[in-house]
Each structure stands twice: as structure tokens, then as C-alpha cells.
Design a protein around this ligand. Structure first.
Ligand code: ADP
Length: 498
């Protein structure tokens, strides 16, 4: 009897594999880091073979750790770092260039070229995205430009493009399947999210041949089987989704208006907007959450550039703490902030301000300000910035927020979660099991093969929830938010020469 689902969680710095049992419990995990390459300032690349090998090692390792075999697996689910682009030879499976990672800025000039051609509005209307190096399409153009003969080979159908899900799928099936799914496709700048298909106009803007694109399938469904030699038996690959969308699914945000926030280095907020894509007036992205049974659901996405990174700065830049977790004790020692705010706009400000000339500021310092105030101001900034993004979502989607579902490393901080509830004026809900990204991929796969028949197991899998209810009155909340906005105003244009 197959009794487990294998989830592969391919991240930016490491590849992980997790086994989930029928109750949705994590039975075992295995993780392998792989090298990062920074060939020039602002460039980030991976060797696609490192991605694959570390992922395969993690998959084999987790089976060994749990003392199980392929026969114990009902299905494999995949979730992945999004937007990273890989081009490989269809016949040999050999990549023709390193993977260009989502963070990499090497296509900045190419993107500026698209903007200069006045394509921003049309691209936004078709893809829900803005023109930015972040997304995959320009990265593919870059690869075809720098590798000799690549354009002609791509046109002849000899080359495959894929995001990391697609690459892993191709490897797992020993080259038999070249496919992706809706959530990853919607991050390429090549996919029309309304027509739910690759868009010839977009392909034309970047002069990319259709012949190199993967087939787009449902996020939960049939992606083929793993080649026998990898795991010692064939296992159906039955679910795939980009990491943020997978977390939205793992968090059980199935109803319109439900929002999750992942508190990591940055924050990633996604709101389910149901079968209708919401257009953003505040610069948020419209994206596909997943496609199931041919039906696509949409999400609004916003991010906070500096979240946990502000705590890293308190630790490494200022040396105020030794471990991020110490920030909590420091924050609760402070009884009154007296108007002290930290705006960690180290790289500018995102939604709704969109100011590249902003830089970090600290305001309201007085003779009684202590180290603990500074630390607490860092934590509070994460909650204020998240509230700013939630405000954009609520207004763009015209939906009220009832509860914020949270995950990610920094959500373990109770002070931060309580403060977040206070600043949102709604409950914040933290699952006992924080592996919601992998759980999402496992669920997409498990539902497709009938391992789970409905989504109720997800509720059990996340375990007992901790709910943080808002305790502050509205007047006090408004007072603090007003102070935050004033502090943000001081950070605008604070870059040298800005
Ligand atoms: P990522 O996936 O982006 O690497 P993680 O989800 O692992 O991030 O979370 C790590 C981030 O969260 C770090 O930036 C760290 O500073 C922050 N962090 C971790 N634990 C805490 C804590 N208890 N309080 C505040 N911040 C924390």
C-alpha cells in the first residue's frame, strides 16, 4: 500500500525533500545546499545540474532516512524557486547556459529596452506583471543572445526552456515530459493569464520561438512518472506549483479574500481573488494561484523587500543581538515606544510607495531611547510594511481581510505576530506545522492521485493554530500608523543624491 507523498521543495539556496503521511504529518526531511555563483555584480546563477543533483540526493536521502522505497510512495509533488530560467538541449538534456536566478539583474538593460518601446501597459494587461528582470522571459532572451547559434536551434525545436519545476520534471521523467503548470507559467512574462495560454504577441516582443516552451498543465494532475532508476521504481508526479502559490494552497487559502504572509528575509503576501483576476492600482502583481480541473484561480501578490533582513541587520550590522530570536525578549522589555520608528528602506520602498530613492531612517529618538527600542522598532517595521501591502490588496480586490495566515522563519516571533494583529485590526493565525510550502505541493499531488479525497487533511496537517487577536483600540492603532507614515515620508528621497 502506498502510504506516503514525497514533496520536493527546490529553493534558492537548497533543495529539500519531505515525506508526508496520510494524516499530513511530516515523517522525514532531508536538505542539501548547492553552490551559488555571482559572475558579476548583481548577477546570480546556478548550475542546473547542481539543482538537479542536490534535489535527487535529497529525495533519495529522505527515503533512506525513513527506511521506505518507491513502492511506499503514492505520488511526488514539486514546489520551486520561481522565475529562475533554464535552457537545455531537448535530446541530451544538457543545459546550454547556467540557470539565471530570479534575483539576478543581468537583464535590466533588456527590460529597459522593452519599457522604452512603450510595452509596459500591454505586457501588464496580458501577464498581470510589470516589466522587470525578476521574471523569466527576458532571461531566456539573454541566454539565446549570448550562446552562439542558440536562436536558430531554439527555432528548430532543439532547445527547451523551463522554470525549475519544468527542469526537475524533465530530469525526473528522464526527458519524457517537457511541461510546466499555471502558477509557474504566470511568472514568465510570456503567458497570457486571461487566455491561459502562451501569447504570440509576448513571444514576439522578446523574439522567442514557441517551439522551446513547455506544455502548460493543471497544477494538480498527471505529469508522468519518475524514471525507474532515480528512486528505485516509477512514481506518479502529480502536483507542481511555484513556492509562494504552493504556500497559499498549503495554508488552505481557498476562499476569495484569504491572505497568507510568509515572513522570511522579505515578506511574500498573496491574496486569493478566486476565478477573477484583480487588477492592481498600487503596483501589486496579478498572478495565477493554481489551475485544477481546467479551472484557474487568481491571486494578488505583494512583497516587502526588507523584513527578516531588518533583524539580520540588527544582528550583523549593528551587533545588537546574537540571534534573531533574541529580538522578542528585547521588544517586550519596552513599555512605550514614544514615537520611535525604524523604516528599513535599505534598497528603496516597494508597494504602495515605489520609491527607489528612499533609504532607511530612524526617527523619534530621545535621550531615553535604548537598544531595546531600536530592536523593537525593527520588528514593528515588518508589521507596518505588511499592513501597507494588505491595504493595497484590500483596496485593489475590494475585499475585506478577516484573518491573516502566517508562516516563514520570523512568524515564530510571538511579539511580532501580536503586533501584526494589532496593526491590522484582524486576527493572525499561525499553524503548528510551518512546512506549508511543501505541504501545498504534497496536497496538490495527493489530491490528484486520490491519496486524499478532499482538502480537509490540510487542516489537520497544519495542526493546532495559534490565534493572535487584536488587542489595541482603533484610536491607538491609527495613531501608530500615522506615525509610521510620517516616518516613511522622511525616508523618501533619502538616498545619497536622491
Ligand atoms: P528565508 O526563507 O528568506 O531564508 P526564513 O523563513 O528561513 O527565511 O526566515 C529567516 C528570516 O527570519 C531571517 O531574516 C531572520 O532574521 C528572521 N527571523 C528568524 N527568526 C526570527 C525571530 N524569532 N524573530 C524575528 N525574526 C526572525
Amino acid at each position: 500500500m502506498s502510504r506516503l507523498i514525497l514533496a520536493l521543495d527546490q529553493g534558492t539556496t537548497s533543495s529539500r525533500a519531505l515525506l508526508f503521511d496520510h494524516e499530513g504529518r511530516v515523517v522525514a526531511t532531508e536538505q542539501h545546499e548547492f553552490p551559488q555563483s555571482f559572475p558579476q555584480s548583481g548577477w546570480v546563477e546556478h548550475d542546473p545540474e547542481d539543482i538537479w543533483e542536490s534535489q535527487l540526493r535529497a529525495a533519495r536521502g529522505v527515503l533512506e532516512r525513513a527506511q521506505v522505497t518507491a513502492a511506499d510512495l503514492a505520488a511526488v509533488g514539486v514546489t520551486n524557486q520561481r522565475e529562475t530560467a533554464i535552457v537545455w538541449e531537448r535530446e541530451s538534456g544538457r543545459p546550454i547556459h547556467p540557470a539565471i536566478v530570479w534575483q539576478s539583474r543581468q537583464t535590466a538593460e533588456l527590460c529597459q529596452g522593452l519599457r522604452d518601446r512603450g510595452l509596459e501597459d500591454d505586457i501588464r494587461a496580458r501577464t498581470g506583471l510589470v516589466i522587470d528582470s525578476y521574471f523569466s522571459g527576458p532571461k531566456v532572451r539573454f541566454i539565446l543572445d549570448v550562446v552562439e547559434g542558440a536562436q536558430a536551434r531554439a527555432e528548430a525545436g532543439e532547445l527547451c526552456f523551463g522554470t525549475v519545476d519544468s527542469w526537475l520534471l524533465y530530469k525526473l521523467t528522464a526527458g519524457r515530459v517537457h511541461a510546466t503548470e499555471y502558477s509557474n507559467a504566470s511568472r514568465t512574462l510570456l503567458f497570457n493569464i486571461h487566455e491561459k495560454s502562451w501569447d504570440d504577441v509576448l513571444l514576439g516582443y522578446l523574439d522567442l520561438p514557441r517551439a522551446m516552451l513547455p506544455e502548460v498543465r493543471d497544477s494538480s494532475g498527471d505529469f508522468g512518472v519518475t524514471a525507474e532508476h532515480w528512486l528505485g521504481g516509477e512514481v506518479p508526479i502529480a502536483g507542481m506549483a511555484g513556492d509562494q502559490q504552493s504556500a497559499l494552497f498549503g495554508q488552505g487559502c481557498f476562499e476569495t479574500g484569504m491572505v497568507k504572509n510568509t515572513y522570511g528575509t522579505g515578506c511574500f503576501l498573496l491574496m486569493n481573488t478566486g476565478h477573477q483576476p484583480a487588477t492592481s492600482d498600487s503596483g501589486l502583481l496579478t498572478t495565477i494561484a493554481w489551475g485544477i480541473d481546467g479551472e484557474v484561480e487568481y491571486a494578488l501578490e505583494g512583497s516587502v523587500f526588507v523584513a527578516g533582513a531588518a533583524i539580520q541587520w540588527l544582528r550583523d550590522g549593528l551587533g545588537l543581538i546574537d540571534h534573531a530570536s533574541e529580538s522578542e525578549a528585547a521588544a517586550v522589555r519596552v513599555s512605550e515606544m514614544d514615537g520611535v520608528y525604524l523604516v528599513p528602506a535599505f534598497t528603496g520602498l516597494g508597494a504602495p510607495y515605489w520609491d527607489e530613492e528612499a533609504r532607511g531612517v530612524m526617527v523619534g529618538l530621545n535621550r531615553g531611547t535604548t537598544r531595546d527600542h531600536v530592536i523593537r522598532a525593527g520588528l514593528e517595521s515588518i508589521a507596518y510594511s505588511s499592513r501597507d501591502v494588505v491595504d493595497c490588496m484590500v483596496s485593489d480586490a475590494d475585499l475585506a481581510l478577516e484573518t491573516l495566515r502566517v508562516d516563514g522563519g520570523a512568524c515564530e516571533n510571538d511579539f511580532l505576530m501580536q503586533f501584526q494583529a494589532d496593526m491590522l485590526g484582524c486576527a493572525v493565525e499561525r499553524p503548528a506545522v510551518l512546512e506549508v510550502t511543501a505541504l501545498g505541493a504534497a496536497a496538490l499531488a495527493g489530491l490528484a492521485v486520490g491519496f486524499w479525497n478532499d482538502r480537509s487533511h490540510l487542516e489537520r496537517a497544519r495542526g493546532a493554530r495559534t490565534r493572535f487577536e487584536p488587542r489595541l483600540g482603533e484610536t491607538e492603532r491609527d495613531r501608530r500608523l500615522a506615525g509610521w507614515r510620517q516616518a516613511v515620508a522622511r525616508s523618501r528621497g533619502a538616498a545619497p543624491g536622491g
